[in-house]
Design a protein around this ligand. Structure first.
Ligand code: ADP
Ligand code: 3PG
Ligand code: MG
Length: 409
């Protein structure tokens, strides 16, 4: 099975616990790509908080210095809107320590030489350097020159083969995983490589196309799949239902039929909504109706699962021991269409199953449902978690040192 082999391989990555930090120059690639409002107030600092244990671990082990490297957003050139200065105060507060800001690799080098021992330096947005996304060898080498030990703790960016996540490793003496990277991969292993059965995948969101590979590859791992959100519209349409004005991907109807047939041959049960909440307009609605999925009113679009589906899905949730969830079951951003997603979050919270959450919007929906603390593990990676569920080996893991007893699976 693809997932098991890839995850087992990635779990054999060396971590900071396997090496010496004392007196060494440390560079940690973190993912401080956090959401901010127009005034640069951080609306969710989870990714910064999740990087703190690794930084503190290094501080506690007497390093020469620590340089933190991250990207923020997708800047074109050096736009100050994307400066990492916006997160400096929050970082200092969470670390309870002063952090020096370096606006270039050169100034990071100067700070390394002048700060008292153990100083922490935050480098400006690494995507301000053109070579970063091109994985340029020059940039990779220049970053590596800042360190004796390269630590990758940027799980959210571990699916990118960029200079600071990938190329740097070929120039660094020691290259290991941070505690977050390790926690993420161990949690995915718990759900994918040796899960308690039955395993349930709940999948939703807006597009089948973005999760087609996941759906096909995960059939070898799971026992049951609940499909909701706009994704289920395409599946219901493939079954011959009139989905009216619902969001569907007509180019994928044949793929949806193929997945349903493949699931049957592999003995995986698929659950689709039996009723839906539909509306004439998502933002300016004048009508909202609950109907069987076959009877969507003319001109309406399905925007949430209905109450009968919520009950049915809750039963499926309660009879599972491992639950993987990626993608909201409706337009959860609008309160009238959030009930299905929120109720499933509450159902998962009520179980004793191991629950693994991937996907930025899914994590946001769970937070809004007030169930964040009741999930077993919420991944800090959207795209990265999707690639893990697809069975891929993430580039960032690929280039890190392996444990001494490494076995090729
Ligand atoms: P994640 O970030 O968790 O992977 P996605 O980005 O795939 O999730 O999907 C989330 C989006 O899907 C949300 O913005 C939500 O409004 C949208 N969505 C869910 N159900 C529907 C639906 N029935 N019609 C239109 N959009 C939907
Ligand atoms: C993310 O938010 O998914 C990561 O930080 C990666 O960002 P990217 O999609 O811009 O590479
Ligand atoms: Mg999303």
């Amino acid at each position: 099975m693809l997932q098991v082999a890839s995850i087992t391989l990635m779990q054999q990555t060396k971590s900071i616990r396997d090496i010496q930090i004392n007196n060494k120059k440390i560079l940690i690639r973190v993912d401080f790509n956090v959401p901010m409002d127009k005034d640069f107030n951080i609306s969710d600092d989870t990714r910064i908080r999740e990087a703190i244990p690794t930084i503190n671990y290094c501080i506690d082990n007497n390093p020469h210095s620590i340089v933190l490297v991250s990207h923020l957003g997708r800047p074109k050139g050096k736009s100050q809107e994307f400066s990492l200065k916006h997160i400096l105060k929050r970082l200092e507060r969470l670390l309870d320590k002063n952090v020096a800001f370096a606006d270039s690799i050169k100034s990071a080098q100067t700070l390394q030489d002048t700060l008292p021992k153990g100083g922490v330096i935050l480098l400006e947005n690494i995507r301000f350097y053109e070579g970063e996304e091109q994985n340029s060898p020059e940039l990779s080498q220049s970053l590596a020159s800042l360190c004796d030990v390269y630590i990758n703790d940027a799980f959210g960016t571990s699916h990118r083969a960029h200079s600071s996540t990938y190329g740097i490793a070929s120039f660094a003496k020691e290259k290991v995983a941070g505690l977050l990277l390790k926690k993420e991969i161990d949690s995915f292993a718990k759900a994918l490589a040796n899960p308690l059965k039955p395993v349930l995948l709940i999948v939703g969101g807006s597009k089948v196309s973005s999760k087609l590979e996941l759906l096909i590859n995960i059939l070898d791992v799971v026992d049951k799949i609940i499909i909701g959100g706009a994704m289920s519209n395409t599946f219901l349409k493939a079954l011959g239902y009139d989905m009216q004005a619902s969001l569907t991907e007509d180019a994928l109807l044949a793929d949806a039929t193929k997945i349903l047939a493949l699931a049957k041959t592999k003995g995986v049960k698929i659950y689709l909504p039996v009723d839906v909440v539909s509306t004439d307009d998502i933002k300016n609605h004048t009508h909202i109706k609950i109907t069987p999925a076959q009877d969507i009113p003319s001109g309406h679009m399905a925007v949430d699962i209905g109450p009968a589906s919520t009950k049915l899905f809750a039963q499926v949730v309660h009879s599972s021991q491992t639950i993987i969830w990626n993608g909201p079951l409706g337009v959860y951003e609008i309160s009238q269409f959030s009930r299905g997603t929120f109720n499933i979050a509450h159902s998962i919270a009520d179980t004793y199953a191991f629950s693994l959450i991937g996907g930025g919007d899914t994590a946001d929906a769970i937070e809004k449902a007030g169930e964040r603390d009741n999930m077993s593990f919420i991944s800090t990676g959207g795209g990265a978690s999707l690639e893990l569920l697809e069975g891929k080996i993430l580039p960032a893991f690929e280039v890190l040192d392996k444990k001494a007893d490494f076995i090729q699976p």
